[in-house]
Ligand binder design. Structure first.
Ligand code: ATP
Ligand SMILES: Nc1ccn([C@H]2C[C@H](O)[C@@H](COP(=O)(O)O)O2)c(=O)n1
Length: 231
């Protein structure tokens, strides 16, 4: 019998630290990493470039199923480069506006269905750490360990603020808090695959916790669920 691919899911709102923790965990375990939010961001960018309106559901679904995308793993351990039609768009998809547009196109069931198999294809040996909003509830329901990572909207906005300042972008913290709240609201209240913790996920509130502290809690949960760290 074929061995089941181990999968760990970390879902949660924007800025909760999912990407950071998933990448550190994947590196520790030697697993693959899926940034599912990047797929929705890529779709938003591809739609703009191909002149597809954000309410043209049929064309968005076709684009979601067929867009030419890839993730290029970096030898130095840095985040994978995100490619669209052969172009490195890693920075382009990280803007606040693309995040909002990704949240808009993600609300369509047709788009989510079109991306389902593409996401599941990431589950290959030796294992996968998947980050998103519905990894534990829809995409990998039989995952070995599920975590729902949160932090207060104020702290998440502040993390994003520091990130943008580091990149040399001038932003208002108050505007970011507002944007974080709006995106949470849309992601939590959409009809399909809303952002909710899976019934068998642990809830981890990272407000006031360092990255190392969060990682340790996640590692504890993962090992308690039978996934061993390599020595
Ligand atoms: N526990 C933490 N304490 C302080 N800063 C953190 C913590 N976790 C993550 N960060 C920082 O917060 C920022 C956002 O983190 P990250 O991109 O991992 O969040 P995310 O949940 O993946 O967000 P998104 O869903 O929008 O992609 C990064 O600059 C990261 O270094
Ligand atoms: N599994 C997922 C991942 C992402 N989305 C949507 C909702 C988010 O606001 C947007 C951008 O995601 P991020 O890069 O910030 O993680 O994409 C989703 O609906 N489901």
């Amino acid at each position: 019998m074929e061995k089941k691919v181990p999968v760990i899911t970390i879902d949660g709102p924007s800025g909760s630290g999912k990407g950071t923790i998933c990448q550190l965990l994947a590196a520790r375990l030697g697993y693959h990493y899926l940034d599912s939010g990047a797929l929705y961001r890529l779709l938003a960018l591809a739609a703009k470039r191909h002149g597809v309106a954000f309410d043209n559901v049929e064309s968005l679904a076709v684009l979601a199923a067929h867009m030419d995308i890839s993730f290029r793993t970096q030898d130095n351990g840095d985040a994978p480069r995100v490619m669209l039609e052969g172009e490195d768009v890693s920075s382009l998809i990280r803007t606040e506006s693309v995040g909002t547009e990704a949240s808009l196109v993600a609300a369509f069931p047709e788009v989510r269905t079109a991306l389902l198999q593409r996401q599941r294809a990431f589950a290959v040996m030796p294992g996968l750490v998947a980050d998103g909003r519905d990894m534990g509830t829809v995409v990998f329901t039989d995952a070995d360990a599920k975590i729902f990572l949160t932090a207060s909207p104020e702290e998440r906005a502040e993390r994003r603020y520091n990130q943008l300042i580091d990149k040399g972008e001038s932003v208002s913290l108050a505007a970011l808090v507002e944007r974080v709240r709006k995106r949470d609201e849309r992601d939590m209240n959409r009809k399909v695959s809303p952002m909710v913790p899976a019934a068998n996920a642990i809830l981890l509130d990272s407000t006031g916790m360092s990255i190392d502290e969060v990682l340790q809690k996640v590692v504890d949960h993962v090992t308690a669920n039978g996934i061993d760290l390599p020595q």
